[in-house]
Design a protein around this ligand. Structure first.
Ligand SMILES: Cc1cc2nc3c(=O)[nH]c(=O)nc-3n(C[C@H](O)[C@H](O)[C@H](O)COP(=O)(O)OP(=O)(O)OC[C@H]3O[C@@H](n4cnc5c(N)ncnc54)[C@H](O)[C@@H]3O)c2cc1C
Length: 382
């Protein structure tokens, strides 16, 4: 067991850190306030190999593993969760092409993502199908050589700004087994009948796009089916087994960023004639925060390393995601506490981090869903 990053991984981390400090830090607050991000940021990140770093070199990617992808995302989220989210979501769902897509699909869809020229999303959630993904009713009917898609999805990353989405569709409603009724279909957002409405007023991650999307007789060629018809749910679970590992990295980055800010503050702030950091109560808080962050990072790296060895473990990944999400919420809470009243105003970054943290316990599987997965596997089928 090697707990040390390789020389190359340390270089990747350093490069991502420099990019985040140079390109995200100064614009983060305005992007959050205005619910926007500069498009050139995406192309810049693509030019430096930071987007979809797990995508193979033959499809234009850096050819790294999930561990390097997680290391990059941790550095981005450490400086700004909102822009970190947007940079991550450029390739959100690309794993489906790598795992199940045809060679033609990989060559068509993946290179523009890693170059930052196009952005994708994965449209799963519906108004009546959140955690219960199998209730998704957006349906696709095969008519000749085309699928005709009708329905709607909510809270979809890149729904308004993305170039194509993977859409979790009901294709076989009469199939006896619920888990065999859905399929995943790629839909270009410039197709007739596609509409998107940005969802404003997000609590955090406001720099990133989240939209409602609508499909009204949207037609796509049958070649846009990704993987096997009726196998969508199982393909979706394979995706979550990967995406949860890097959502876990989001939690590590957010927590580390909150810890950095808290440390800086308690080193300088004087009350009762002493620096806050000199009180033992403060040292205990910082010690607990630092330990949680280190634990979350270790679990994230373990989940990613197993994935990179082809030994991905659903439980370990779910545990890492659940633990990192909780860590983010707890650490950012203490970090804001240490800032006192100043932390309650948006000229302090910690305010933005505080608002961003909670979603980590909700999306990509609410913490209760992770517990169901872990609990069931630990107890076994009864
Ligand atoms: C910022 C943001 C970005 C998002 N991006 C995307 C995206 O790109 N693509 C996409 O498809 N979706 C996206 N989502 C949606 C997200 O995946 C869903 O919000 C999530 O799956 C939960 O679904 P829901 O909101 O309908 O909550 P519900 O399923 O209604 O659950 C509500 C709560 O009930 C509890 N709960 C649910 N089921 C159980 C259970 N079985 N046992 C115990 N407790 C349970 C949990 O506490 C849960 O938080 C995004 C959401 C947000 C906030």
């Amino acid at each position: 067991m090697d707990f040390e990053l390789s020389r190359e991984q340390k270089d990747v981390r350093q490069a991502a850190r420099e990019f985040a400090i140079g390109e995200l830090q100064d614009i983060a607050k305005d992007c959050d306030l205005n619910e926007t991000f500069p498009r050139e940021l995406i192309t810049k990140a693509g030019g430096l190999g930071f987007l979809g770093a797990f995508i193979d070199e033959e499809y234009g990617g850096a050819g790294f593993g999930f561990l390097e992808h997680a290391i990059i995302l941790e550095e981005f989220w450490r400086i700004d969760p909102g822009l970190g989210q947007q940079l991550c979501s450029v390739s959100f769902g690309a794993e489906e092409f790598l795992l199940f897509g045809s060679e033609e699909q990989r060559r068509r869809f993946l290179p523009p993502l890693v170059e930052g020229k196009k952005m994708m999303g994965f449209a799963i959630t519906e108004p009546d199908a959140g955690s219960d993904t199998l209730s998704a009713s957006t349906h696709a009917v095969l008519e000749g050589d085309e699928y005709r898609i009708n329905g709607s999805k909510v809270m979809i990353g890149n729904g308004s700004v993305g170039d194509f989405l993977l859409v979790f569709c009901l294709t076989d409603p009469d199939e006896k087994k619920r888990a065999k009724r859905h399929s995943i279909i790629a839909v270009e957002t410039d197709r007739a009948g596609y509409e998107a409405d940005p969802m404003h007023g997000k609590m955090g991650l406001r720099a990133s796009d989240t939209s409602s999307v609508f499909f009204s007789d949207v037609r796509v060629p049958k070649e846009n089916l990704v993987g096997e018809r009726g196998n969508g749910f199982s393909q979706l679970m394979a995706f979550f087994d990967r995406s949860r590992a890097y959502v876990s990295a989001h939690g590590v980055g957010l927590s580390q960023g909150a810890l950095d800010q808290a440390v800086k503050h308690v080193r300088n702030r004087v009350q009762f004639g002493k620096k806050l950091g000199s009180f033992q109560a403060t040292q205990f808080k910082i010690a607990e925060m630092a330990t949680k962050v280190e634990m979350a990072r270790t679990m994230t790296h373990k989940a990613c390393t197993l994935l990179d060895k082809g030994k991905g473990n659903t439980d370990i990944t779910a545990m890492a995601k659940m633990f990192s999400g909780r860590t983010a919420v707890e650490v950012v809470d203490e970090a804001l506490q240490l800032h006192g009243g100043y932390g309650y105003f948006n000229d302090q970054d910690i305010e933005r981090f505080y608002r961003a943290a909670k979603v980590l316990e909700i999306y990509e599987g609410a913490k209760e869903v992770e517990k169901i997965i872990i609990g069931r596997n630990v107890i076994g089928r009864l």
